[in-house]
Design a protein around this ligand. Structure first.
Ligand SMILES: NC(=O)c1ccc[n+]([C@@H]2O[C@H](COP(=O)([O-])OP(=O)(O)OC[C@H]3O[C@@H](n4cnc5c(N)ncnc54)[C@H](O)[C@@H]3O)[C@@H](O)[C@H]2O)c1
Length: 431
């Protein structure tokens, strides 16, 4: 299999060197002749550890050209590594990608063999489908039959790019074409990393999400560092210990989209940290905006409930999380309170809540928020289901997996019960 690589900048040059080292014949293409000449003379176009050695070592498998048609005709797979810079509004500019794809489409038009086009550049969701249509329009050929487009985001970091190329966390590919996917699986079978096949838009948006998370982590750590510094606490000692907790801190915990947080600890301690920051005249916008974001998630759920345009609402689970009767700062109570204020008929079922056993601060909070809870609570799940036009699922409970609904009812699921997803009237809060 011969691979052409369009764009010999950072991603393209590393890919060219590493794919050649994996045993493939590669043809690099760039509009900048100087870069083409560098590759043809065994040199790297970027400063990056090991790249030049790999290019020099594999010179018999590497060539470069400015001629798109030539590179296309000699290859079976084309990796697209052209820039996607920001436009003025922040969106990514796809003009380089459209240019190169249009050129490739002209070659596909004249070609008799199947060709795989791989988008390695970072692109917005929907780009794969757009590029398939563009190639079909220009070439009058059919996606999946004459060509296939694969989304295959690149995870390398500058400074450790070769190491990252050979040791990715996983390889992610997505395409509507099985033939194109098979070609990519064959290429990446040389790497010791899981190959994940996802939906197109998941593969496309993942890179945005990764990089946003990395940026968020840096800003979070910097704000924590600034607070520590003002209190004469060694921020590196703190974060070293913080990062050792791989159960809750550096883990997948708390990373499932869903509903707002609540309870007795998170809101309280977050407020206390914000106060420390203010008291020390610091600006910590990331930390300060966490509770704002949480409030928006409650508003989002309320908005969905209102869009159902029904008046009787049954809450299944109202404590702040599954498996507890702790109602303190439960954001579900905020929705219940809102609905009562707006004149909805409200029913509640929560098998963890026994009013005669609730005491102390928990009781105080409940009384202040919902003094008439006794009248809303039912101990029969069936009664609540049958009497409600809208059901809001707030906690996990195996009983909820069995829910059967008559027509014209709506479910708002805040935690994701997969067993219910196909019921007519089902809405996930963000899935
Ligand atoms: N740099 C990184 O660490 C990194 C990591 C992952 C993903 N990405 C993404 O990969 C893409 C490429 O990034 P980069 O840093 O390699 O960009 P770059 O600017 O270093 O290189 C892009 C190259 O494409 C060439 N080019 C432009 N139009 C062309 C055309 N029509 N035909 C052939 N070549 C053409 C340019 O001359 C340039 O050499 C971007 O979408 C970027 O977001 C970058």
């Amino acid at each position: 299999m011969v691979i052409s690589i369009f764009g010999l900048g950072y991603v393209g040059c590393i890919s060219l060197a590493c794919l050649a080292d994996m045993g493939f014949n590669v043809i690099g293409v760039d509009i900048v002749e100087e870069k083409v000449n560098l590759i043809n003379s065994g040199k790297s176009t970027v400063v990056e550890e090991q790249v030049e050695e790999l290019i020099e070592k594999n010179r018999n498998k590497i060539e470069a050209t400015v001629n798109t048609e030539l590179a296309f005709s000699r290859s079976d797979v084309s990796f697209i590594c052209v820039p996607t810079p920001n436009e003025n509004n922040g969106a990514l500019d796809l003009s380089y990608l459209r240019n190169v794809i249009s050129q490739i489409a002209q070659s596909i038009k004249l070609s008799q063999k199947f060709h795989t086009v791989v988008i390695r550049s970072t692109v917005p969701p929907g780009t794969n489908r757009e590029m398939c249509s563009l190639i079909e329009q220009i070439s009058s050929k059919k996606s999946g039959v004459d060509f296939g487009v694969v989304s295959n985001p690149e995870f390398l970091r500058e400074g450790s790019a070769v190491k990252d190329f050979f040791n990715p966390p996983y390889t992610l590919i997505a395409s509507e074409s099985e033939l194109a996917l098979a070609a990519l699986k064959q290429i990446y079978s040389h790497l010791n990393a899981e190959i994940i096949v996802s939906k197109l838009e998941v593969a496309e948006i993942l890179k945005y999400v990764n990089n946003t998370f990395h940026a968020l982590k840096i800003s979070f750590a910097n704000e924590i560092g600034n607070i520590c510094n003002s209190l004469k606490i060694d921020s590196h000692e703190l974060m070293d210990i913080f990062c050792k907790d791989e159960k809750l801190n550096i883990s997948s915990a708390y990373l499932r989209p869903g509903f707002a947080y609540g309870g007795s600890c998170l809101p309280k301690d977050l407020s206390a940290l914000c106060e420390l920051s203010r008291r020390n005249y610091l600006r910590t916008p990331v930390i300060d905006s966490v509770s704002v974001s949480n409030g928006f998630q409650v508003s989002r759920a309320i908005k969905i409930v209102e869009q159902f345009k029904k008046r009787t609402i049954g809450f299944l689970g109202i404590s702040f999380k599954t498996g507890t009767d702790d109602l303190r700062n439960s954001p579900l109570l905020d929705i219940v309170e809102y609905c009562l204020g707006k004149g909805y008929n409200v029913l509640v079922y929560d098998n963890n809540i026994n009013l005669s056993l609730i005491s102390g601060k928990n009781k105080e909070y409940l009384n202040s928020k919902l003094p008439h809870i006794q009248k809303l609570l039912s101990d029969s799940l069936l009664t609540v289901i049958q009497s409600s036009e809208i059901l809001v699922i707030g906690n996990k409970n195996v009983e909820f997996e069995e829910i059967k609904l008559s027509q014209n009812k709506s479910i708002l699921d805040l935690i994701r019960v997969p067993e219910l997803e196909n019921i007519p009237g089902y809405h996930g809060v963000n899935w």
